[in-house]
Design a protein around this ligand. Structure first.
Ligand code: SAM
Length: 227
C-alpha cells in the first residue's frame, strides 16, 4: 500500500489552521511521524482521515487531532521522561519520542518514553513498529497494567493516559514529578468523558483542569473500568 505523504501533510496543515496544533516542536513531530507507518494494512488508506482507526483486538489508534491536543497540553520538551498508558500501535508514543529525544541529539540529553499496554498482542505490535521505524532508543514498550503506572522509571515529567479511567489512578499521581503534568480522559465507558489535566505543585498538591468532552476506549486493569 502506498503511503500518501501529501494527504498527511494536508491533515497536519488543517490541524494547524484549526489550532489543535500550534507549537513548532509538536507540529514538527506530527510531520515527521505519519500515522500510516504504524497502522495495520487494512487501515492504512484511512491514515490521513482525522478519526480513530482500528488496530486489532477491538482497540483503536486515536484521531490525529486528539494526539495533537494531548501533546500540546502536555507541554512536551527535549529531555523529559514520559509515561504513556495505552501503547496501542505505538504511534502516539513515537510522536512524543520525536519531541523529547529528537534524532541527532546526544544520548545523555535524551528524554525517553515508557509506554505500557495491557493487551499482549498490541504490546508486541507497538514494539515491532517502534523498532522498525527507528524509535527503539527513545521509546520502550512494556506489556502490563498501566493503571498501576510503571514504577521502575518513576517519577515522570509527564504522564499521558490514552484510555478513559473511572477516576485518576492514585499510582499515576504518585509517579508524577513535582512540576509534572498528567493528562487523562476520565468518565464512563464510551460516554460522558472529560479530558483532565493535572499539575503537581512543589508541596505535592494537585491542580485539576477540565479541558472538555472526549470519547476514548475504556481503561481496564486494577484502577480501570470493570468490563
Ligand atoms: N496510544 C495508542 C496508539 O498510538 O495507538 C492508542 C491507544 S488506544 C485509544 C487505548 C489503548 O489502551 C488500547 O490499546 C488498550 O488496550 C490500552 N489499555 C486499556 N487499559 C489499559 C491498561 N490498564 N494498561 C495499559 N493499556 C491499557
Amino acid at each position: 500500500m502506498m503511503r500518501d505523504t501529501s494527504a498527511w501533510k494536508h491533515l497536519v496543515d488543517k490541524l494547524v489552521k484549526e489550532k489543535a496544533l500550534h507549537s513548532d516542536k509538536v507540529i514538527h513531530a506530527m510531520k515527521q511521524v505519519p500515522r500510516a507507518l504504524f497502522l495495520p494494512e487494512r487501515s492504512i488508506e484511512y491514515a490521513s482521515v482525522d478519526a480513530p482507526l482500528p488496530i486489532g483486538k477491538g482497540q483503536t489508534v486515536s484521531a490525529p487531532h486528539m494526539v495533537a491536543i494531548m501533546n500540546e497540553v502536555l507541554k512536551l520538551d527535549v529531555g523529559q521522561h514520559v509515561l504513556e498508558v495505552g501503547a496501542g500501535c505505538g504511534w502516539h508514543a513515537a510522536t512524543i519520542g520525536e519531541i523529547v529525544a529528537p534524532k541527532g541529539m546526544s544520548r545523555s540529553e535524551h528524554g525517553h518514553v515508557y509506554t505500557v499496554e495491557i493487551v499482549a498482542e498490541l504490546a508486541q505490535l507497538a514494539r515491532e513498529n517502534i523498532m522498525r521505524h527507528g524509535f527503539g532508543d527513545r521509546v520502550t514498550v512494556i506489556h502490563g497494567d498501566g493503571s498501576l503506572g510503571y514504577v521502575d522509571h518513576s517519577p515522570y515529567d509527564r504522564i499521558v493516559v490514552t484510555a478513559a479511567a473511572p477516576e485518576v489512578p492514585p499510582p499515576l499521581v504518585k509517579q508524577l514529578k513535582i512540576g509534572g503534568l498528567l493528562v487523562i480522559p476520565v468518565g464512563n465507558v464510551h460516554l460522558f468523558q472529560s479530558l483532565i489535566c493535572l499539575s503537581k505543585d512543589s508541596d505535592g498538591n494537585m491542580t485539576r483542569k477540565n479541558l472538555g468532552g472526549v470519547a476514548f476506549v475504556p481503561l481496564t486493569g486494577h484502577f480501570g473500568h470493570r468490563i
